[in-house]
Ligand binder design. Sequence first.
Ligand SMILES: Cc1ncc(COP(=O)(O)O)c(C=O)c1O
Length: 430
Amino acid sequence: MFQALVKAKAALGPRAAGWVRTMASNQLLVAPPKALLKPLSVPTRLLLGPGPSNLSPRTMAAGGLQMIGHMHKEMYQIMDEIKEGVQYVFQTRNPLTLVISGSGHCALEAALVNVLEPGDSFLVGVNGIWGQRAADIGERLGAQVHPMTKDPGGHYTLQEVEEGLAQHKPVLLFLTHGESSSGVLQPLDGLGELCHRYKCLLLVDSVASLGGTPLYMDQQGIDILYSGSQKVLNAPPGTSLLSFSDTAKKKIYSRKTKPSSFYLDVKHLANIWGCDGQPRMYHHTTPVISLYSLREGLALLAEQGLENSWRRHREAAAYLHGRLQALGLRLFVKDPALRLPTVTTVAVPAGYDWKDIVSYLIDRCGIEITGGLGPSTGKGYPGKASPPALRPPRLPRSPGAALMIPLGTPLSPVPVPTVSLSGSVDGPPR
Ligand SMILES: Cc1ncc(COP(=O)(O)O)c(C=O)c1O
């Protein structure tokens, strides 16, 4: 090899001299990492935290399919199918519906970076970490951010929202439908209409709620809605769903300034997702394999039907809540009507450190639940009722093995696991 390069050097003259010197005189500073020379090791875990969820066999199989080009016509076909799936799960006819190549935060950032302009008034429901994040991004974009701060566990009434709208005259209101850090389900009825009366757009985070509880983007007057792939859809994290109403689109398309992000500029994204009727152009390389999995997650939900999925989550959550309370545990969200069916939060019992409970379950039972996040850290630990349409990974049969609903099992009575503080997990026998 070296000989060949020396010969090439002679033939090519001084132009190639530098290449040969580089190849010959430099030694590698960094050796191949030993850790990478061992096989990949991934533990078997039952993911009962607020997300990500275990993959369904179908989303997992989709992730093992061969790559095709992100601009091949077959890929565009798959993207079109995904778009229809998003319109179904969001219950929207918005043409500007697409998928972001990034996690839920990226969809939030895409919404804000496109809709907000510097100086815009932005009203934010901060009743947990997701409102904090929205406020943070809004500040970075130079918006005038008006947080409506509440303790974790709180939600917003129409009256409170109206006071905020009247006082701050925002162009945009942010609310979290499923506050996964506190377990609160924010009622959405009436909010769209109220916002529109005040010429304000309504932006809703449905990362933790989509597919698990009723949500009707168009009928509820939601202008911008986003969600993630890794929760009820049981697909890998890293892609997110986003849709804009015609009114939101008008605000974006009449901006005085370009959005500060090229990657998240909705005009470019609308093109690659076939929303603008123009030939699709290269913008960025989309995560082809993750999109296959997302397509399958959406397909599973479409086959099951939204209403069935909502019902199964409601029944599974009711069962879990009953069993937890029967064990003497207190649910963090007091009003049953405000409990998010996809994420159950349990108040940390006096005398226990939440970290010990979380570690015990993961180390002894291979089960993930988590502590709170942001303002709810240490106050409760979210976990979810069994993802009802999903066969979980095989877990070791130890005093903690989980009993779950096999695919297709009739759901009455709903056999979901209950998590006890002694670390055991039990449920009706299979
Ligand atoms: C309600 C909610 N919003 C936003 C996010 C952020 O999503 P990601 O972690 O995919 O960026 C999460 C993640 O758990 C969430 O639960």
